[in-house]
Design a protein around this ligand. Structure first.
Ligand code: KG4
Ligand code: ZN
Length: 427
């Protein structure tokens, strides 16, 4: 079916300096729907990367009360809110449904019950409006989001560190649908570890953290640390020269350390250890160090002359996903990238965590990359996938390469300077 990228009329803009009206490039509008976990997000973005509306209903407060996400309840809440989110989105954007060019929806990976709500709603809309339906891989959407804000600076290929509540991955990004995995977590994701540790630490008893997610609370608490080295944390996978991650050791070690401190201080069941700020700072430093090591090896792998994975593009690193909100972690990764003359980016903070904008933007990227050749009207052939990897994997080659690195030390975020320029060599 022939389909034009834009359904918008030609507009005119005033060209300053020329003093006349010149035709403006036609814009396409994509509606993005995100329901892969516990956020109902719907947004409209245009081909110039302008966000026309962004509606986000978080379930955070509800799930915090029950100590974690209960999938059937998450599904109920998505169902109850999705229609309202869609209507608000159109009103905020001041657009009519017919003006949309396509509907993009997260169909993988995520909680199946949650994904289903978004996909069914998107199918219904696409059929009613006779618009193409663009299926979106949630982690790919995180990876491409920074381009919406920096499309001229972030060209393909780039290295991406994806750190969220469900994933931890390093991938080379060549375009939408063209990601190569270099490494991933063998157990927990960093956001998941932060959430579980914050709950065990009982940060929620402090009123300021009641409505926050674990990562946010830990980051805030760490800012008031006096002695960030008070606790020891293990360095995961120190003997494995690949780009995989592991956070289960740090998490279990944290549980043990908290229990020991609680015994020592005779903390009541609804209390919190006295030096929780120091604990949080040490934890952030340990997670940063692990993320830095694996990212450093991935950078060296991409930069190897025999691999030359950045090609003619200047080396670029993007950090994305909910944990990319964390300034300590991001600054450490930025510092590391700087040592390799590699530029680093993260999306605007409001778009690091799950939202509809990143799904709409991925839809735009699909339109731009495919030149409208592969638009899909076969709505029923698009289904959900609870788990889904990337197109290619170089994990085995990375492991075979066994790259030895001279570690770049994390910044000392309490004093805001590097603890040392270069560290020791790994085993
Ligand atoms: O990307 P996201 O919104 O959802 C998933 O796709 O998982 O990430 C959510 C995760 C949560 O686990 C949360 O603890 C973490 O992102 N997070 C943070 C911060 N803000 C959110 N972690 C560390 N520091 C933060 N400031
Ligand atoms: Zn996410």
């Amino acid at each position: 079916m022939a389909y034009h990228l834009s359904s918008a009329p030609i507009r005119f803009r005033f060209a300053a300096g020329l003093g006349l009206l010149v035709p403006r490039r036609r814009l396409s509008y994509v509606l993005g729907i995100e329901t892969s976990c516990d956020d109902t997000g719907i947004a409209i973005v245009d081909t110039d990367g302008r966000v026309h509306s962004n509606v986000l209903y978080s379930q955070q407060e509800f799930h915090t009360r029950y100590g974690g996400i209960i999938p059937p309840r998450a599904q109920d809440l998505h169902r109850a809110r999705i229609e309202d989110a869609y209507n608000r989105c159109l009103v905020e954007a001041d657009l009519r449904p017919e003006q949309l060019t396509a509907i993009a929806v997260t169909n993988r990976p995520g909680l199946p019950l949650s994904l289903l709500v978004g996909l069914r709603f998107a199918r219904h809309l696409a059929r009613k409006l006779q618009k193409p339906l663009l299926p979106v891989h949630h982690m790919e959407a995180h990876a491409l989001q920074a381009r919406m804000e920096n499309i001229s600076a972030i060209s393909f290929p780039f290295l991406c560190l994806l750190i969220s509540g469900g994933h931890c991955q390093l991938a080379l990004v060549r375009g939408p649908g063209r990601l190569t995995l270099l490494g991933q977590t063998l157990d927990d994701a960093p956001g998941e570890a932060f959430d579980k540790i914050a709950r065990r630490l009982r940060l929620y008893v402090l009123p300021q953290y009641r409505a926050w997610n674990g990562g946010q609370a830990i980051e805030h608490a760490a800012q008031s640390a006096v002695c960030p080295d008070a606790y020891d944390f293990p360095l995961p996978l120190a003997q494995q020269r690949n780009c995989n991650f592991s956070f289960a050791g740090i998490k279990n070690n944290s549980f043990r350390a908290i229990r020991a401190r609680e015994r020592l201080e005779q903390t009541p069941p609804d209390g919190i250890i006295s030096n929780y700020n120091d604990f949080c700072a040490g934890l952030l430093q340990a997670v940063s160090r692990h993320l830095m090591h694996r990212t450093q090896r991935a950078l060296e792998y991409c930069l190897r002359p025999e691999n030359g994975l950045f090609g003619d593009a200047s080396p670029t690193l993007v950090v994305s996903g909910g944990v990319a909100n964390n300034d300590v972690i991001y600054r450490n990764i930025e510092h590391l990238a700087g040592q390799y003359n590699c530029r680093s980016y993260r999306p605007f903070k409001r778009y690091c965590s799950d939202n509809g904008v990143m799904i709409a933007w991925h839809g735009i990227e699909q339109l731009l990359a495919n030149s409208a050749q592969h638009l899909r009207f076969d709505y029923h052939n698009i289904d959900i996938q609870g788990s889904a990897g990337f197109k290619d994997s170089s994990v085995e080659d990375v492991t075979r390469s066994a790259i030895k690195c001279k570690w770049i030390k994390p910044l000392d975020h309490l004093r805001g300077r590097a603890t040392a320029e270069a560290g020791h060599c790994d085993a």
